[in-house]
Ligand binder design. Structure first.
Ligand code: RIB
Ligand code: CA
Length: 313
């Protein structure tokens, strides 16, 4: 498989942290050009420093980490400390990072990287609100033909939302940004709650992170132990959903996932259903599909990939 040139845009967040580690551990498939951070699970000052903390745990203090938008395009920032804890990666228990934060703004990094690249060569992976990606497209529309595909975690199609009954967190926080990215016409792959709610960190799976018996394994064990609680309590799940690593696993082994090409639309006006991702799953309106939406995965292959790769760090 051809190596992908990837920009990972995130809001760490315990699940973002595992996604970063999986990307760092998969250099055969992923040339990680940079990690851009956005306000989401917690404010930007924490998401950017958490991204650096996680790079340092993986021994990658050389990785370029950028800070981006501190708030959504048009709406007030909504954060999720109730799930992720005050630090955003509660359970990790990591010191302040010593590696530098890049001076360049994340949006300018995305623009500059794409403008220097060949057409259809850059894969952008938003696993938080899509504010940075939308701003980059708005600032410099000429980056759009440079993007191979956007592979995002967000949305809920046949599942209810996790932030309102209609909307999943990443899309709910910045629905206008998601609409800018979707309507840009770039190839769009979405990992919604429909698939991530099937990637549950059960007690047995959690133990296998701890059994890696490494700094990375210990940090993942501590983070996921904390992160599991919310969804297990709310939904009665046997574990917490490992949302964001689904995006990185798709880049490495897309055949782990199942989905379909559908017409997707995002609610950006009604406060009642703000951020809803409306997929025409049965092609009722016969509109041209504009997204590949996943709704299932081979969870044994998914977790096997995670343990195999994180075990290398
Ligand atoms: O709804 C789940 C998503 O919101 C994940 O990306 C999680 O990290 C939060 O950003
Ligand atoms: Ca996230």
């Amino acid at each position: 498989m051809e190596k992908k040139s990837v920009i990972l845009d995130c809001d760490p967040g315990q699940d973002d942290a595992v996604a970063i580690l999986l990307a760092l551990a998969s250099e055969q498939e992923i040339d990680l050009l940079g990690i851009t951070t956005v306000a989401g699970n917690v404010p930007l000052s924490l998401t950017e420093s958490n991204a650096r903390r996680i790079c340092e745990v993986a021994g990658r203090a050389d990785m370029a980490v950028f800070a981006g938008a501190p708030q959504p395009l048009m709406r007030k920032l909504v954060t999720a400390e109730w799930i992720h804890g005050k630090t955003g990666i509660d359970g990790a228990d990591l010191p302040d990072p010593t590696m530098p934060l890049q001076v360049q703004h994340a949006v300018d990094f995305i623009v500059d990287t794409c403008m220097k690249a060949a057409d259809k060569s850059i894969t952008i992976c938003p696993i938080g609100p899509m504010t940075n990606v939308a701003l980059a497209m708005m600032k410099e529309p000429r980056i759009i033909p440079k993007i191979r595909e956007v592979v995002c975690m967000g949305g809920a199609v046949k599942e209810f939302g996790n932030t309102t009954p209609a909307a999943e967190f990443n899309i709910y926080v910045d629905p206008q940004a998601a609409e800018v990215v979707l309507s840009s016409g770039v190839p769009f792959v979405m990992m919604p709650l429909d698939v991530t709610h099937k990637a549950l960190v059960t007690p047995e799976r959690l133990q296998k992170f701890k059994d890696l018996n490494s700094p990375v394994g210990n940090v993942c064990g501590g983070m996921l132990d904390y992160f599991n609680r919310f969804d297990m309590t709310r939904y009665g799940f046997e574990g917490g959903p490992l949302h964001d690593p689904c995006v990185v696993a798709y880049l490495i082994e897309p055949e782990i996932f199942k989905g379909r090409n559908v017409h997707l639309a995002i609610e950006t006006t009604s406060e009642l259903t703000m951020g809803q991702t409306l997929a025409d799953w049965w092609d009722i309106q016969e509109k041209t599909p504009n997204a590949f939406v996943c709704d299932d995965l081979d969870h044994d292959r998914f977790f096997g990939l995670l343990y195999e790769r994180l075990g290398k760090l």
